[in-house]
Ligand binder design. Structure first.
Ligand code: PMT
Length: 482
């Protein structure tokens, strides 16, 4: 491949400038010379590799890539159909702490992946590393100030947040976590976190006592409950002389976690998934309705976990206050009938997960006017049965390959859930025991049994996000190994 082809494949001269951290005149010189300098070849090789284009790392000459089914090399085919993917855009936030120096290594590793990295360095972070060293590695300006007129003219803080495919906060100090868990927006980093729609990965680093402190743990739980992912902290000797959990995760572990979260990555890439979540509201009259205590936490966490693995998720949700998970298409509905209509509209899908607590009954003849209180007997409500969404999907012509239901049971959990699986025709049931002292509806934790054709397995009480991760792992295993 000649130098012009390589620059085209990498997204043009500006992208190559960013990749190599050089100015426009350098790229013009490379074109004139017909070659990249030796130091740049590894980065170019890795960036091309990330796009599925295989070249010799030393000469950057085309390799004989294995032919595809069409007989063309993969690189030629991807070129022909315009497949080279957009360079992943990472917004890295470096907050204060001795581990900030490791963020420099992290930037190098991210660039090695062929990712474009923009960095926000907080005031605390700048106590440990300089904007100059960050820029030298990221190949871009280092953003520090929320109210900088120059920065706003070049790259508004909202665009900084919105352009990102993934926000990585590494190291994340206890202070940074406390501030973002409470929605503060008093500096560039916290404002960007509030304004982004991209998935967020946090790599905490702090003194072990600070990490173990109930305040930090509560903030971690809040952030996790909003679908924010964590990597680390690791345990070991700390720079402060203490020993315990609080070390920044290894840069390569952060890269691996980030890679899984980038859109277009993950093991469920190309899979279409339908998830139902939350309660339904069934009107009694124009102002009253029948509902239940489902918060949508479990269903939303499942949608977020599947999206993180690259699935294209449609989340049909009843009325909830849970925020929409990143990279998920949310369809808001009210009644069971609305939920059925929206779910059927989301077919065909590869996988369906019905986590919603759907009302079994709707009030017949509920009108728009408010029922009046009279001196006589209270009104008598007539009920009609609602459609069963899970059973409908399970027997549908466009039945997804894997259909998963939930069962909220108070007694004989496994026996009733097994019977429900057979009755509704789904493949798996996640049975939660809602009869224990510990609440499930509206709570942050859940304890479930996974019922499949081959038996039942128990998942001990854990966060609803962890239940979502376990379920996602089980789905990946099922889909990839049959
Ligand atoms: O939302 P959270 O506060 O996080 O709580 C999570 C949860 C407890 C609501 C969730 O984990 C759960 O158990 N959801 C199903 C609750 C329920 O209504 O179970 P069920 O036994 O009534 O229904 C069994 C299955 O049939 C469920 O998959 C349900 O979505 C589905 N169903 C039920 C009735 C109906 N008309 N249509 C359906 O699709």
């Amino acid at each position: 491949m000649n130098i012009d082809d390589i620059i085209d494949q990498l997204g043009g001269a500006a992208a190559v400038q960013t990749l190599l951290g050089v100015g426009p005149s350098a790229v013009s010189n490379y074109r004139l010379r017909g070659a990249f300098p030796e130091y740049a070849r590894v980065r170019i090789w890795q960036a091309l590799k990330a796009r599925g284009i295989h070249v010799n790392p030393e000469t950057l000459a085309d390799l004989d890539t294995p032919p595809t089914a069409s007989g063309q090399p993969a690189s030629a085919l991807s070129h022909a159909v315009g497949m080279p993917q957009k360079t992943p855009q990472i917004l890295l936030i470096i907050s204060g702490g001795i581990a900030a120096y490791k963020a420099l290594e992290l930037i190098r590793r991210m660039k090695d992946q062929g990712w474009a990295v923009r960095v926000i360095l907080t005031k605390g972070g700048a106590q440990f590393i300089t904007p100059l060293s960050v820029s030298a590695l990221s190949g871009d300006k280092t953003y520090t100030d929320l109210f900088s007129l120059t920065d706003e003219a070049e790259m508004g803080h909202i665009r900084l947040a919105r352009d990102a495919d993934l926000v990585v906060i590494a190291p994340a100090s206890a202070n940074m976590m406390a501030r973002i868990s409470h929605g503060m927006a008093d500096d560039l980093a916290s404002t960007a976190v509030l304004a982004t729609g991209a998935p967020i990965l946090i790599a905490p680093a702090m003194n072990p006592f600070m990490w173990a402190n109930p305040a930090t743990q509560a903030n971690t739980a809040i952030l996790k409950s909003r679908g924010i992912s964590f990597v680390g902290p690791d345990s070991g000797d700390m720079a402060c002389g203490e020993d315990g959990a609080g070390r920044l995760a290894d840069p390569m572990a952060i890269i691996a976690a980030a890679e899984r979260m980038l859109p277009g990555q993950g093991k469920l890439q190309g899979k279409q998934v339908l998830v139902t979540s939350g309660p339904t509201h069934e009107p009694i009259d124009g102002v009253r309705y029948i509902a239940n205590r489902s918060s949508g936490k479990q269903g939303h966490a499942i949608a977020a976990a599947l999206a993180r693995e690259g699935a294209k998720v449609t989340l049909v949700s009843g009325p909830v206050t849970e925020p929409p998970p990143p990279s998920v298409q949310v369809v808001a509905v009210t009644t069971a009938q609305d939920m059925l209509d929206a779910s059927l509209a989301a077919l065909p899908a590869d996988i369906a997960i019905c986590a919603a607590a759907v009302a079994d009954w709707a009030v017949d003849g509920a009108g728009a006017s408010k029922l009046k209180k009279t001196d006589g007997a209270p009104p008598e409500l007539q009920f009609r049965e609602n459609p069963d969404i899970l059973a409908t999907i399970s027997t549908h012509q466009q039945r997804p390959k894997l259909v998963v239901g939930f069962a909220a049971e108070t007694d004989d959990v496994i026996a009733y859930a097994k019977a429900k699986r057979a009755r509704k025709g789904c493949d798996w049931i996640l049975a939660n025991d809602v009869g224990q002292d510990q609440p499930v509806f509206g709570a942050d934790e859940n304890e479930v049994h996974l019922i499949t054709a081959s038996g039942a397995s128990h998942w001990p009480r854990m966060s609803k996000h962890d239940v979502a991760k376990y379920l996602t792992d089980a789905i990946i295993k099922e889909i990839t190994h049959g």
